[in-house]
Every structure is written in C-alpha cells, then in structure tokens.
Design a binder for this molecule. Structure first.
Ligand code: ADP
Ligand code: MG
Length: 727
C-alpha cells in the first residue's frame, strides 16, 4: 500500500490550498505517480517483475521501498580472518581458476579465490555464466558475501562481485540491502540493482520535494526534512545521518496514524448518535439477585460500570473488552445484554466457531434459567425450521438474545430493535464481516468487542486507538496459577506417566497438535502418528479418547467435543481448533506437541484452556531438541510467566506487529513501512502525544499552521478501512 493511497476522509474536508501550493503539489504528485517502467533502468520486463514480485508500481512505491538492513563495507577482511560466524563481509583478492562441478541439480560453478593469506571457494548454483567473463582469473576483485561451510570447506555462496576501482566511489560505509525474491535475482534485479534504481530516481527527483510535516514541528522535534530523510535512508552518509533519516520517517509514519485515529475518535464521540439505555431494570436485577452463582470480581464490576456509562450516554458505544483467558468475559457480555433487554432492545453475540457459539449458548441458557428470556442459537448447521422460527422471532421482537456464528451476518437475519452487538474473539473475524452487523439496525447498535489476546498498550493504542478500552485484569478467586514445564521428546514416557496419574485422580487431559495451513496433510499426519502412540499408551476400555481435527465434519466434531465435555472421555486429542474459548473445568492438563511451532500468544491461549477449576492445572510443552533462538525464548517465556500481558510484550518484540497473532487476521488497517511497533515504542508515544496536543487545540485541523496535516491525513498511510466504524 502506497503511503499516498487514496483519500481517507471525504473530499469535503476543511482545506483550501493556495494556488501556488496546489500547483507544486500537483507536479510532485504527477512525478511520483509515474509508472515504474518509465524510470531509467527499468523498462517493461523489469517493471513487470517489480509490480508482481514486490508491489512496486510507481516511482513513489520505489522510493518508499526501504532497505531492510545495511552492511558495513568500510573494512576489507583477509582470507585468514574468515570464519563461518562472521556476518556479510568483503574481501579483496583474485580468482585463481573457475571449475564447473557436479551434475543435475547439484551442478555448480566453483571459483578458487584468494589473497596473500589463503584461499577459499566461491560457489554459484545458477545464473553465473556471466561471472567468468566479467571477472577473469588473475584480475583483482572484491567479493562480498556471508562465509559458510559447504562440503567441509569455507566458502561464499553466490557472493556479490565488484570491480575494486568502483568500490572506491562508495562514499558511505553503510550500504543499503533491499529484499528481493528469487525470481528477481534470476533476472538481475538483486539488491544492488534496486540500489541503482534508487540512485537513478533520486537523481531526477524534483528539487521542491513536498514536505509532509510543517517546519515548526520539524524544528521543535529536531527532525530532518522529508527530502533529506528519503535520500539518507537509501544512501546514508554516515551512521548518524541514517539514524536521523530513520527517526524522521518512523515519526511521520506513526504520527499520521495517530492523528487519523484520534481525529476519528473525536468525530465519533461528538457526532455518532447511539440508542440511550437509561434503565437498569427487571432482567438485570433478577439475574443478579437470583441466578448469579458467584460474586463478580472487582474487575468485572469495574468494566460493567464502564459499559453502563457508555450505554446510558446517548452516544454509540465502541468498546474493546480485553481480558485474559478465564477472566470471565462471557458473564460481562451477558450482563451487558441484559441492560439492552431492560431498555426494550435485542442483543446478539457472535463467536468465530460453532463450538464456541454452542458453548456460549449453553452457558447463557444455564445462567438465565427460569428467567423466561428467550435465547436462540443460530449457526451454519441450524435446520430450516429452527431458522424460520429464529428469523420470525427476531422480527417480531419476541426473541431477545441471539447467539451464533457468521450465520448471523446473512441478510435474512433482521432484528426488530437490535441494540447491542457483542463480538467474541474478534481477531477471527474479518473487518468487512463485522461491518455487516451494524447494518442490521437503523441506529447503529452499541458494540462490544471481546478479546482474550492481550494486546500491549502501544499496540492497542495504534490498532484500537479510536476505541475505548476496558480491561479485566483480575481472575476469579480460587484459581491456582498453572504450572508449566518444558519436556523434550525423549521424556515422553514420563509425561505419559504423569497423564495417567492425573486421569487416576479423575481429571481430563488435552493433547494438542500444531496446525499450519500450508501443509494440512503433514499436520494431519503428525496428529495421526501421535494418536497411534496415545492409543497404545492409553488403551480402551480403561482409557477413552476423543479426537477433534480440521478434517472432520462439524457434527462429528460436536459429538467428540460433547463426549469430552460430559466427562465420558479422558483425553482430547486435537489440532488447534480448541484454541479459543472451550471451557471444561475438569480438564487440568494441557499437553502441547511440537510446542516450538506455535506462536507465543497461541501457546498462551491454549494454556488458558486449563486452570478453570479449583484443581492444580499443568501445561506441558513438548519439543524436539533443535530449537531456534526465538523458539527457545518462547518456551522459556511460557515456563516463566502466566501473565498474558507480559507474554504479549515478549511476543511483540520477537515477532513484530504485522505478525502478531490477531492483528494479521483482523486486517491491521495500515501497513508499516519502516516503524516497528515493538521496537519503536518511544517514537510511538511521542507521535501520540504530539497528535493529541494538536487535536486538543484544533480538532478539525482548521488553523493555518495545521493545513499541512489536514492535507496529508487524507492521503495518509491509514488506508480505506474506516476502523472506527468497524470495531
Ligand atoms: P473468558 O474470559 O476466557 O471468556 P469465561 O467467561 O469463559 O472466561 O469464564 C471462565 C470461567 O469462570 C467460567 O466457568 C465462568 O463461569 C467462571 N466465572 C466467571 N466469572 C466468575 C466469578 N466472578 N467468580 C467465579 N467464577 C467466575
Ligand atoms: Mg470466552
């Protein structure tokens, strides 16, 4: 997504640009919007590759295609100094000879390369025909690459080659490295080629490069101009220059996101009408007095107060309810729905899977027993008569609470007076799907989004900055912290022994296998193999095992789940379908197979399936010996803490936000090109503060000194999606 893609706000925005500005702006825009194939050095074939492989369509896309790292070419290594632990390095020397070695797929070109201290091998597996011509034996050359060991010999695979006379021209020691695909490399569009294109583009950049931040702000924050930043990010003169360029670009990126989100929030708060729910009446009171089986936790009470205040305000509620697994969100959801009922409105609760929807339905009907409130469940597998009854009940208004899956989104589902929409585990729903829900009522219903994915503050500030956030930061009393241990494959017998002991005590066990979409068949095989050894270790009739996996039909899954929920089976073997929300208090042990293959927040979610009753619960992480550094860190984190927010922070640092579970599926509404939400928290907070200060003074950005913001917010990097209307 280009930084300047499409208007975010309607064109009726409050800006009038002076004519000269407009002309300059126009020229600049025209320049940047040019098709990439017209850049000197590109042409139709490379243009096509750039478009298809890395989404670069215009000049502008190219200049915003930032390096992903830099290498230091200020030092020349000697062959004697080379060892495989070194990063990318360069050596000056000569090629002694070339040889073509091996056949078929192993065919390769090998060069003996050396200096006055020794020799090593350079290896090319393909696309190397031109190398011997350009770098004949005996001629001095600079090679650049990562030392590795291949065939027990030290070598550089696919090194970059350079004529030493050209090297001298490099003014900067920091050289940009751009990510490229195999296909691009095969067509001579490697990192160096991209760098050349950047240089061509910067060479013809108009001198009046349009600034996106006002000079008073640049001065205040001591930021460099956009023009300078873009040049220095591609061709830094020094480490310090690079840092400055990076800071400027990161700030701008985060600042416009914050400005955009905060402005929308202001607009929503002042302009969107909502149904006013002034009463707390019979439904809530009788539930509270007669049916509530336990005391609410302090956190649940606090959150309910926040929700009640919103519902009574006459403004539309848009609230995110965050609470760790097991913190009791369902109850909060239910009580909020009862407030809607007390004000003569209907409510619905949408969950991402059938299993979850059924479970919510069961717990809600149990909670409401004897109160005479009609609740129905609508899912993909609801039968026709049930559907018809539900549709009619909703339109008449006799059906008060509807629980369900995506089936709720179908057009035939129409409410008489929908007042409150609750979405559970929101990250499973696409943005567009959620938007459909609000169209089911003439006045926008209040919205409560519930998520168990703990989101670090910096991320929620960015992702949900325009929502109000409530946090349940307390678990119901009497829960014992889950004990987590990490075991290697060879300790399996011990683990099985432990499981038997738990079953003997009358407890139930989950054993979960990873599911990675790319290779469903392989995953399934993992589960099948595992199942075999489990059946051997836990033979019937003494032990009963339930299985749930993605290849089963919904009905089969439901039956299998039901057997486990009812305690008829001891072990539930599953792929990650049980990840969210499943609630079996008697299940005390969660065994996660190939735990190193799961992301941190997913591990935490899975672990949250146990520890729901009063008994001591356990989480056992099984892994192979070979662990990546990140994999080890993930397992260590799980063993050391039960705190979802702490885990989320580590996750954000390890993975980066684009990757963060939950944000990916939810369609993170912007694309960060340079900032990193995990690593750039300080800049983010600064950006947020500055944006807040500006909007406090001038909410509509009408002051002359703010024109530039109004102009750029429209073409800012927060793209089309109006996040504020959606979550
Ligand atoms: P989650 O936030 O993960 O959705 P649930 O709403 O499923 O959590 O609640 C987990 C369990 O805790 C449920 O069995 C629920 O009935 C129980 N629970 C909820 N609130 C309380 C409370 N205040 N005291 C005791 N148990 C509670
Ligand atoms: Mg839940």
């Amino acid at each position: 997504m280009s930084l300047y893609s499409g208007p975010v706000f309607p064109d009726c925005c409050n800006i009038t640009c002076r004519a000269t500005d407009y002309r300059t702006e126009r020229t600049m825009q025209d320049f940047l919007k040019q098709d990439i194939q017209f850049l000197p050095g590109v042409g139709p074939a490379k243009g096509d590759l750039l478009r298809k492989e890395v989404n670069i369509h215009t000049f502008e896309d190219l200049i915003y295609y930032f390096p992903f790292r830099y290498v230091d070419k200020s030092k020349f290594y000697k062959v004697r100094e080379i060892h495989p632990d070194l990063p990318y390095i360069q050596i000056r020397g000569t090629i002694k000879k070339y040889a073509s070695v091996g056949g078929g797929r192993k065919k390769r070109l090998v060069a003996a390369f050396g200096d006055d201290t020794g020799t090593l091998e350079l290896i090319w597996f393909k696309g190397a025909k031109w190398i011997p011509e350009n770098f004949p034996p005996g001629k001095e050359v600079v090679v650049f690459g990562k030392p590795t060991v291949y065939n027990k010999k030290l070598n550089l695979v696919h090194p970059e080659m350079e004529d030493p006379s050209k090297i001298k021209k490099v003014t900067s020691s920091l050289q940009a490295v751009y990510s490229t695909t195999e296909k691009m490399k095969d067509n001579y569009l490697n990192s160096k080629a991209i760098s050349k294109l950047q240089s061509n583009l910067i060479g013809i950049l108009p001198s009046n490069f349009s600034e996106t931040l006002p000079s008073w702000l640049l001065q205040q924050l001591k930021l460099v101009t956009l023009d300078r930043a873009l040049k220095q990010i591609h061709f830094p003169d020094s480490v310090a220059d690079h840092k400055q360029a990076e800071l400027r670009l990161k700030f701008e990126e985060l600042f416009y996101i914050q400005l955009n989100i905060l402005q929308k929030r202001t607009i929503r708060k002042t302009e969107y009408k909502g149904n006013k729910f002034p009463h707390v009446g019979e439904h809530l009171n009788s539930f509270y007095k007669e049916n509530l089986p336990f005391e609410l936790t302090g956190a649940q009470k606090k959150v309910l107060r926040e929700i009640r205040a919103d519902l009574g305000s006459g403004k539309q509620m848009n609230r995110l309810l965050q609470g760790d697994v097991g913190s009791g969100k369902t109850l909060v959801a239910l009580m909020s729905m009862l407030i809607a009922l007390d004000n003569d409105f209907q409510a619905c609760l949408m969950a991402p899977t059938e299993i979850l929807a059924s479970q919510h339905f069961r717990s809600i009907t149990t909670f409401l027993e004897g109160l005479g409130i009609t609740v129905e469940l609508l899912t993909g597998s609801s039968k026709k008569p049930a559907r018809e009854r539900i549709h009619a009940g909703l339109q008449e208004g006799s059906l008060k609470i509807l629980v369900g899956t995506h089936a709720l989104l179908e057009d035939v589902v129409q409410f008489k007076r929908l007042g409150l929409v609750i979405i559970d585990e929101q990250h499973r729903f696409g943005v567009a799907q959620r938007a459909k829900l609000w169209q089911k009522s003439s006045v926008m219903p209040h919205v409560l989004v519930m998520t168990a994915t703990p989101i670090p503050r910096t991320l929620s500030m960015t992702l949900y900055g325009d929502l109000d956030i409530s946090v349940i930061d307390e678990l119901p009393p009497g829960r014992k912290p889950i004990i987590t241990r990490h075991f290697y494959e060879n300790q399996r017998l011990r683990v099985f022994g432990f499981i038997k002991e738990e079953i003997r005590k009358g407890r139930q066990i989950y054993i979960v296998y990873p599911l990675i979409r790319e290779s469903e068949t392989m995953d399934y095989k993992d589960l099948e193999d595992g199942l075999e050894s489990i059946s051997r270790a836990f033979p019937p009739p003494e032990y009963q095992v339930s299985v749930v996996h993605g290849k089963m039909k919904p009905e089969e899954k439901a039956i299998s789940m039901k057997h486990f929920v009812e305690g008829r089976t001891h072990i539930m073997v599953a792929t990650t379908v049980i990840e969210v929300g499943v609630d079996v208090p008697n299940a005390t042990t969660m065994v996660i197979e190939s735990a190193e293959r799961f992301g941190l927040s997913q591990l935490h979610q899975l672990r949250g399936r146990v520890g729901r009753g009063a008994d001591q619960s356990y989480c056992i992480l099984m892994s192979g010996y070979k662990l990546s550094e990140d994999g080890r860190k993930r397992l260590e984190t799980m063993v050391s803490t039960n705190d979802g927010f702490e885990i989320a922070e580590v996750d954000l640092k390890l993975r980066g936000p684009g990757d963060l579970e939950g944000t990916q599926q939810s369609g993170i509404p912007f694309n960060l090109k340079i900032a990193h939400l995990g690593k750039d928290q300080q800049i983010l907070i600064l950006a947020r503060d500055v944006a807040e200060r500006i909007l406090d003074e001038d909410p509509k950005l009408e002051l002359e000194k703010h024109f530039i913001f109004a102009k750029n917010i429209r073409k800012g990097s927060v793209n089309k999606v109006n996040w504020g209307d959606i979550s």
